[in-house]
Structures are given as structure tokens and as C-alpha cells.
Design a protein around this ligand. Structure first.
Ligand code: LLP
Length: 440
């Protein structure tokens, strides 16, 4: 909502719907997803990779990484825009299948998939499974045993590239849990090829998340192409996701078309050097598709000025959500911005910190922002760029119910995931259930 569209009362509009009306109708905190923004980002991302691949004589598939934000509607939007969907647990698989996805358009990865999850994926007829370990080769082999079906698989490779991002978000340096090392991958391929029913089609790499530049992706792609050649007989190279977005005006990620060009060109150079044709390419972006389509609305409560050492002061602006609906600030030191959404204000900017309602001081939503000094209880605050990994990482810390998700489009709003009630939470506590029965 930065230079956003506002209604007659000065309230920011999202997808043509006033944030004041959204807060009044659905309550706060509220996750709002702009359907058209998500779909447009999906289209742009697919076009960027397809166009780059086509220029180099191959094709690219884009899997939407469901871990960023998954619901039945989002699955349907992505499929309608020509994307596939990547899942990493049985739960995500159930959402995608429940939304009616053609199983052959789904991919499944993860470092510790259970026998039950693997069997569910195989039985559904999932398009591909990314094998993460020698243990998993045997597990999947056991699942296939006696089923008489073939399963397409890729090998997850840890290319050893250290992506420049938060340590918790980097996944391809040596000392971490994902994938096979480049040295082990040929033995993994050989073992997979011994097992009836496992059809090895390619390699998969993912170096991390919220990455701005192309160099890490290019280096990883180059290493994976060499490995593809060494193993031989493989048609597909999945280079994962991880493309960064702007959370605040300080962030300046490369446009997705430039990233796609750079990465595909690196694949083409590496293939050219080896004299091999380009493989079919696949990518798995989540954040770059859904991140900026989401905005969280909160209502302002307590406001407290706190004096700082340098004589300045900071407003602590408490909202009715916090680390239970957006864990990213506490977990990764993520930066967000905030605006008063329910009205326009010309008041002078005041250094502010938007904090939640949870019982710890790390419960920060927006660490550093200049809000209008007249910010007041009852104002609706909008925090943009919360579409990825906020709903997905939400918790019930302090017995706070998780907020609903509303999709907006063309002036209409509809709930796509209902909010929880305190009763939903209490219903799980067996001791409370027993007590109410005795009391009756
Ligand atoms: N593919 C694989 C194998 C992944 O592990 C991930 C993300 C993706 C694709 C999608 O990455 P994206 O395009 O969304 O960056 N909770 C963290 C992010 C964790 C990412 C985990 N894997 C956060 O809130 O920043």
C-alpha cells in the first residue's frame, strides 16, 4: 500500500476494497491476499523462466512452492496460471489434492518424508519426488515394492554454494541437512537405478531463500550441470526457488526476468562448455509469487513513547497480533514497513516500533518505521509484503487464535481460510473437555 489507492475517507484500498471495511467486516488481525497481484506475479514468473528457456532452446516449468502460503484457492490460482505446485509434507499434499490439482503437476520434496507420506504421494500418482538421502532411496523403494507402479524421481543435490542470506534461509552450504553432496550424488543415482519402479529423471538444487543477486544461482547451476553430465541419462534440472522480494524501500531485488535470464544463461554456458543440450528446467519459487500479494491488517491498541539514550524517543505501537501471525521478525530479524491504513494523516513522522500482544520483548512486527505521530488506538495498521511465510509460520503462542485469510479482487472480498476461535483452541485440550462433561 505505499503510494496506495485510497477511498473517500482516506482509507487504503486493497483489490478495490477499503481496508477500513475489511477490518470492520472480518476483524483484525487479518491476512489479506490480493488475488490479482498473486496471479500476476505467477504469470510474470512463469513467463520470465519460459522466455529465457525458449531463447536457449529448452523449456521451463515453474512449481509454486506451497510452503510459502498454501490454501485451496491459491492452488487453483497457480494451476490456472499454468504453474505446477511443490509440496513438502503430507499436509501440503492433502491441500493440493483436495483443491483438485492434477497429481501429475505436483512435486514433493523434503529431507525426512515418512513412509506414510511417500505412500500417499505414490498412490496419488504424484508427478515427481525429490529424493533427499540414501535412507529415502530405500524407503521409497520399499513403498514401491509390490505396487507395480513407476515413480519419477530427482536427486536433491547440495551444490555447496553459500547463498548470501540469513543463515536459517541458506540451504546449500556444506554443513546442513538437505540433499546429497556432489560427491555422493553419482552413488545415489546408481542405487536409484537398481530399484525397480524408480525412474530417475534429473537433479534438484535449492540454495536458499530471499536471495537478491544471480551469482549464487549461477554458480550452483554450473555445478549441477557438470553433475548432470557426469551422471548421464538425465533430462531435468530443477534449480529450486529463493528469489528475493522487497520488504521495505531499502530492498532492491533484481527483477525476476533478469534473474531468469542470468540463471538460464549460466545453464546454457555450462552445457555449451560440455557440448551437451540444455535439460528441461524447473524452478520452485514461493515468496516472489505470493509475498507482495499479502498485507496484514491490525488494530492499534496501546501506544507508549519510550525515551532513547540519544534523547530521541520511540513510539511503541502495540497491535492485536504479533509473532503468532508473523514470526519472521522474531525469527530472522526480518524488516517490514507499516502504514496507517484506515485514514490519511499529515502528522509528522515519528520513530516507531510496531509490537505485538505476546509475552516477550522479541515480539516485534515492524522493528523500525516512521509512523504519523498522531497514530492512535483504533487505527487500522497495514503491514505489506506478508503473503509469504506469515500465515504459513503462524502459531497459537499464548493461546492466540490464528487470523482468517481474505482474498480481495475487483472490489470484492471473501474468506479463503477461516479464522480460529478460542473454542477451536480449547477443543483440543482433553482436560478441558473432560471437565465440561463432569460439570454438565
Ligand atoms: N524449494 C525448496 C526446496 C525450498 O526449500 C524452498 C524454501 C523453496 C523452494 C521456496 O523458496 P522461496 O522461493 O519461497 O524463497 N521461512 C523462511 C523461508 C524458508 C524457505 C524454505 N524453503 C522465511 O520466512 O523467510
Amino acid at each position: 500500500p505505499a503510494g496506495a489507492d485510497r477511498d473517500a475517507e482516506g482509507a487504503i484500498r486493497l483489490g478495490g476494497v477499503s481496508t477500513r471495511a475489511l477490518a470492520a467486516e472480518f476483524g483484525t488481525p487479518l491476512y489479506v491476499i490480493d488475488e490479482e497481484a498473486a496471479r500476476e506475479a505467477a504469470r510474470m514468473t512463469l513467463a520470465a523462466f519460459r522466455d529465457a528457456a525458449t531463447r536457449h532452446g529448452t523449456d521451463a516449468q515453474v512449481y509454486y512452492a506451497g510452503k510459502a502460503f498454501l490454501s485451496a484457492d491459491v492452488v487453483r490460482w497457480m494451476l490456472a496460471e499454468g504453474l505446477r505446485v511443490d509440496v513438502c509434507t503430507g499436509g501440503e499434499l492433502a491441500v493440493a489434492l483436495g483443491a483438485g490439482a492434477d497429481p501429475s503437476l505436483l512435486g514433493f520434496h523434503g529431507n525426512n518424508k515418512s513412509m506414510i507420506e511417500l505412500a500417499a504421494a505414490v498412490d496419488a500418482g504424484i508427478g515427481s519426488i525429490v529424493i533427499d538421502s540414501f535412507d529415502e532411496i530405500e524407503r521409497l523403494g520399499a513403498v514401491l515394492d509390490g505396487r507395480g507402479v513407476a515413480q519419477r524421481v530427482l536427486i536433491r543435490v547440495n551444490s555447496g554454494v553459500h547463498a548470501e542470506t540469513h543463515d536459517f534461509l541458506a540451504t546449500a552450504h556444506e554443513d546442513q541437512k538437505f540433499g546429497f553432496t556432489i560427491a555422493d550424488a553419482p552413488a545415489a543415482a546408481a542405487r536409484i537405478r537398481e530399484i525397480a519402479g524408480l525412474e530417475l529423471v534429473g537433479l534438484h538444487g535449492h540454495i536458499g531463500s530471499q536471495i537478491f543477486g544471480t551469482s549464487g544461482f549461477e554458480e550452483s547451476a554450473t555445478r549441477l550441470v557438470a553433475l548432470l553430465h557426469e551422471i548421464g541419462g538425465l533430462t531435468t534440472l530443477n534449480l529450486g526457488g529463493g528469489f528475493g522480494i522487497a520488504y521495505t524501500s531499502a530492498d532492491d531485488p533484481s527483477p525476476i526476468a533478469d534473474l531468469a535470464d542470468g540463471i538460464v544463461a549460466a545453464v546454457a554456458r555450462a552445457c555449451g562448455g560440455l557440448g551437451i543440450p540444455l535439460p528441461m528446467l524447473a524452478f520452485e519459487p514461493g515468496r516472489v509469487i505470493i509475498g507482495r500479494a499479502g498485507v496484514t491488517l491490525y488494530e492499534v491498541g496501546t501506544i507508549k513513547p519510550v525515551s532513547l539514550d540519544d534523547g530521541a524517543s520511540r513510539l511503541y505501537v502495540s497491535v492485536d497480533g504479533g509473532m503468532s501471525d508473523n514470526a519472521r521478525t522474531a525469527l530472522y530479524g526480518a524488516q517490514y514497513s507499516a502504514r496507517i491504513a484506515s485514514r490519511a494523516s499529515e502528522a509528522r513522522p515519528q520513530l516507531s516500533r510496531v509490537v505485538g500482544r505476546h509475552c516477550e520483548s522479541g515480539d516485534i512486527v515492524v522493528d523500525h518505521e516512521y509512523l504519523p505521530a498522531d497514530v492512535a488506538a483504533g487505527d487500522v495498521l497495514a503491514v505489506p509484503a506478508t503473503g509469504a511465510y506469515c500465515f504459513a509460520l503462524a502459531s497459537n503462542y499464548n493461546y492466540v487464535p490464528r487470523p482468517p485469510v481474505v482474498a480481495v479482487r475487483g472490489g470484492e472480498a471473501r474468506v479463503i481460510v477461516r479464522g480460529e476461535s478460542i473454542d477451536d483452541l480449547l477443543a483440543r485440550d482433553v482436560g478441558l473437555a473432560a471437565r465440561s462433561i463432569e460439570g454438565n
